[in-house]
Design a protein around this ligand. Structure first.
Ligand SMILES: [Zn+2]
Ligand SMILES: [Zn+2]
Length: 373
């Protein structure tokens, strides 16, 4: 929207009574601290939200543990910033803001909103082509450019992309809009057809979202792979027709058996485990489509001639949830998803470290862990 910069001060700058707030602050890898900070005041074109819930993402954990993707190495500079408040999967109530920002976004004080995790620059080549999720500077709440939501309050900057969310939902269910929109984008990248057999590896927050999203498209067969029977039971409730525990059964043989020896049409990788890449290459049919969503902690080595000579596969990446937020919010609001069981843990802000540890305990029972400031 091309309105001139406001010259008038915001009318409502701060919720009454609150001068300081509790916030988690990044001091460096494995050094996040709960601190008292001034409640930020929204400037021109900005809003202030009272954070209701913020999901803890696998990426938050990787950043916490110092992964090179965030803190750099010999091959790349650091992307994450010290001094930031982490947290990019959030919803909150608008408690203050520039009246023009409210009008521009069609919002009133008290409304609940979700923000897309990326805050696009609007000027780089991808942004200028509408491909904002690949924005060059890649400012993202909680990592770079803007403070995130592991705090009582957060600023919604002028360039943020906001979406209204029903105030009726439990806040931690509403905050699942972020991972669900990402999962929906991964499914869109696969360009599903009705006759497809779709295999989704991993039944964590992204995998379950991808299963639910694939179900919305209603292809012939949705197959979920995981190592946990509990997560696979949840995968069925999200819409999987077939579940395979890869510790008990050979997933490649099972998929080949279900498809007359041809293999799956689509494989969506949402585990982050290197072994899941070769598994996908092996269980896809010739001319099949491989969608990679995960972020890996280490390099993956496979025989690339499976992609070329053997099967002529389409290999596609997927990142963030462009264009999928309204549909993700609608799907959560519909009540069709087993949100009570997807959102396994809710903890107060003071226990942010326990929340990170729960996400890191991959053998544990957690799926979506949320902090309720
Ligand atoms: Zn996330
Ligand atoms: Zn940009």
């Amino acid at each position: 929207m091309s309105t001139p910069m406001s010259t008038t001060a915001p009318v409502t700058t701060r919720p009454k009574g609150a001068a300081t707030m509790k916030a988690v602050v990044v001091h460096g890898p494995e050094d996040y601290r709960l601190e008292s900070r001034p409640v930020p005041s929204p400037g021109p074109d900005e809003l202030l939200i009272a954070v209701e819930a913020v999901g803890v993402c696998a990426s938050d954990l990787k950043c916490f543990h110092g992964a090179a993707k965030f803190w750099g190495d010999a091959a790349r500079p650091a992307w994450a910033e010290v001094g930031r408040v982490p947290g990019h999967e959030f919803v909150g109530r608008v408690v203050a803001g520039d009246p023009r920002a409210l009008a521009r976004r069609g919002l009133a004080l008290g409304d609940r909103i979700a923000c897309e995790q990326i805050v696009p620059c609007g000027r780089c080549r991808p942004c200028s082509r509408g491909q904002y999720w690949m924005c060059g500077p890649h400012d993202m709440f909680g990592f770079r450019g803007f403070d995130g939501a592991m705090a009582e309050y957060a600023i919604v900057p002028a360039r943020a992309l906001t979406h209204p969310v029903s105030g009726e939902l439990p806040a931690h269910h509403a905050a699942y809009a972020e991972p669900l929109s990402c999962a929906m984008h991964a499914v869109e990248r696969a360009e599903l057809r009705f006759g497809d057999t779709v295999v989704i590896a991993g039944a964590g927050p992204i995998g379950l979202g991808a299963i639910a999203a694939a179900r919305q498209k209603n292809p012939l067969r949705v197959i979920a792979l995981d190592r946990s029977d509990e997560k696979l039971a949840l995968a069925r409730r999200c819409g999987a027709d077939v579940t395979v525990n890869i510790d008990d059964e050979d997933a490649v043989a099972r998929v080949l058996g279900l498809t007359g020896g041809e293999g799956a049409d689509v494989y969506i990788e949402a585990t982050g485990h290197p072994s899941a890449v070769l598994q996908g290459l092996r269980l896809l049919r010739k001319l099949g489509t491989f969608v990679e969503y995960s972020v890996f902690g280490s390099d993956v080595t496979v025989d690339w001639s499976i992609i070329s000579d053997d099967k002529e596969l389409d290999v596609r990446g997927a990142h963030l949830g462009p264009g999928c937020w309204p549909a993700a919010i609608k799907l959560i609001e519909s009540g069709a998803l087993p949100m009570e069981d997807i959102c396994t843990h809710q903890v107060p802000l003071e226990q942010f470290q326990a929340a990170l540890d729960l996400v890191g305990d991959t053998a544990g029972s957690s799926i979506k862990v949320s902090i309720l400031p």
